[in-house]
Design a protein around this ligand. Structure first.
Ligand code: GLP
Length: 260
């Protein structure tokens, strides 16, 4: 894992955006895996800015989102469809037909999940998967005890995760109980993973995922087995890392050709 610690979430998101932009410049037909939640918002803002001001061209890219709530329509204001259109897709030039977000209203969920996996495969696999992390260590919606080799499937949310998104559904009782999420095995098949985490409340989950044992109790810890994961943090999210000083030194001494 490469750990990059930045002074704040804005600068961290700028590093992340440069990583995504460089990939798309090198490979215009890149397959991008997107995440939702509050964490990637400054990254999406920066990608929109790059598209408008520096000619970042996403017209040949394909996208796959990690997850969606089961039982709500894409038009629901708190659906991940709405989120992605509001924060990214309406403001950049990704072709509508190449945008993939799990359909929370699908009737045959197992068959749909198999198709989603097949679609990722047919697109050539995900080049870069953006990830946030839950306070309980989940990535996507792979809650603790998710199989480390799971594929796209239905999952039941923990109470903690439902509480986290309660505001968008008029209280915790209104939050859907189930989601469709890429599995940990699906995420691990991505060529690169880019995990972002900001704020003190993520510090423990980050420390457990990055420096703790690999365990299904902390699903993000599976990334320790990934050959190319970059973790971009602000200082607060990095505050419980034992080796923070080492990561900072390594980043500051990168040769120019390795810089983002
Ligand atoms: C949700 C999403 C995850 C996200 C997590 C953290 O569970 N499914 O992809 O990483 O929330 O959310 P936030 O970024 O708002 O802290």
């Amino acid at each position: 894992m490469e750990i990059i610690i930045q002074p704040d979430s804005l600068q961290a998101s700028q590093v992340a955006a440069r990583i995504v932009a460089r990939l798309v410049e090198d490979k215009p037909r890149a397959v991008l895996g997107f995440a939702t939640g509050s964490t990637p918002l400054p990254l999406y803002r920066e990608l929109v800015r790059m598209h408008r001001e520096s000619g970042l061209d996403l017209s040949a890219a394909t996208t796959f989102n990690l997850d969606e709530y089961v039982g709500i329509s894409p038009a629901h204001p708190s659906s991940y469809h709405s989120y992605m259109w509001a924060h990214l897709f309406s403001h950049v030039n990704i072709a509508k037909g190449r945008i993939n977000i799990p359909d929370g209203l699908t009737r045959d969920i197992p068959a749909y999940c198999r198709q989603y996996e097949q679609a990722i495969h047919s697109a050539g696999g995900i080049d870069i998967q953006i990830l946030g992390i839950g306070t309980n260590g989940h990535i996507g919606f792979n809650e603790p005890t998710s199989s480390l080799s799971s594929r796209t499937r239905i999952k039941t949310l923990t109470e903690e995760s439902r509480r986290h998104t309660a505001a968008g559904f008029g209280g915790p009782e209104g939050v859907p109980t189930h989601v469709i999420t890429m599995g940990l095995g699906t995420i691990m098949d991505s060529r690169m993973c880019l995990l972002l985490a900001f704020g003190k409340k993520k510090a423990r989950a980050v420390a457990r995922a990055v420096e703790g044992p690999v365990t299904a109790m902390v699903p993000g810890s599976v990334l320790q087995m990934h050959p190319r994961t970059v973790v971009v943090l602000d200082r607060e999210a990095a505050s419980e890392l034992e080796m923070a000083g080492y990561y900072t030194w390594v980043y500051d001494h990168k040769p120019d050709w390795q810089r983002y």
